[in-house]
Design a binder for this molecule. Structure first.
Ligand code: GTP
Length: 195
């Protein structure tokens, strides 16, 4: 198989301040910022990375990462930003129960505006478990992933990250890359079988 670049648009979604921008910036190799700078509408990041795809080998991905503001204020402008997205990282904050409860609504917004494309659910800020009582547990995260899976109508993996400490960030993108790649291949196969 010749190596080609696969260009993929994904969105980072979830409530405000859960760490979406921090996750994107970590993936881009930037320093973690402690200060909260609210995303105004949308941020856009581009990154090339070689990713190991199961049963295929290494593929060059060109990520177009659209980091959507989680603030309710931007709800009305978000739909246009979803167009063409082939996957989503849906983030909640393990120390913020409301962001956990809101995750299914984010999945619905994604399906409505982008379609039934893969979602990876991320429980971020796991470093806070040491200092904040009653954080969401791994089991609760996995239970939420099963609820989100029913909305997207496909398996939704759950992964726990800390953008602050740089834990599992690469793995979250690798998981999504594998799911998106498989989905694209399945679509191509289905198209070929039709013609
Ligand atoms: P919106 O722009 O409102 O949608 O927010 P966002 O989801 O992009 O959150 P952002 O990345 O701006 O992070 C919000 C705050 O959480 C910032 O103060 C970050 O420093 C902090 N933060 C992000 N990730 C982590 C993490 O893993 N651990 C801790 N302790 N703080 C984090």
């Amino acid at each position: 198989m010749t190596t080609k670049e696969v260009l993929i648009k994904i969105v980072l979604i979830g409530d405000g301040a859960v760490g979406k921008t921090s996750i994107a910036k970590r993936y881009l190799g930037k320093e973690f910022e402690h200060e909260y700078i609210m995303t105004v509408g949308v941020d856009f990041f581009k990154k090339k990375s070689k990713i190991a795809i199961e049963n295929v080998g290494e593929i060059d991905f060109v990520w177009h990462i659209w980091d959507l503001s989680g603030q309710p204020h931007w709800r009305h402008v978000r739909p246009t930003f979803y167009r063409g997205a082939r996957g989503a990282l849906l983030v909640f904050d393990v120390a913020n129960k409301a962001s956990y409860d809101d995750a299914p609504e984010w999945a619905k917004e994604f399906v409505k505006n982008a379609g039934r494309y893969p979602i990876v659910l991320i429980g971020n800020k796991i470093d806070l478990r040491e200092s904040v009582p009653d954080c969401t547990t791994k089991d609760e995260g996995e239970a939420l992933a099963r609820r989100v899976a029913q909305i997207v109508d496909t398996d939704v993996p759950y992964i726990e990250t800390s953008a602050k400490l740089g834990i599992n960030i690469e793995d979250a993108f690798t998981l999504l890359a594998n799911l998106v790649f498989k989905k694209i291949m399945d679509e191509i196969k289905a198209e070929r079988e039709k013609s």
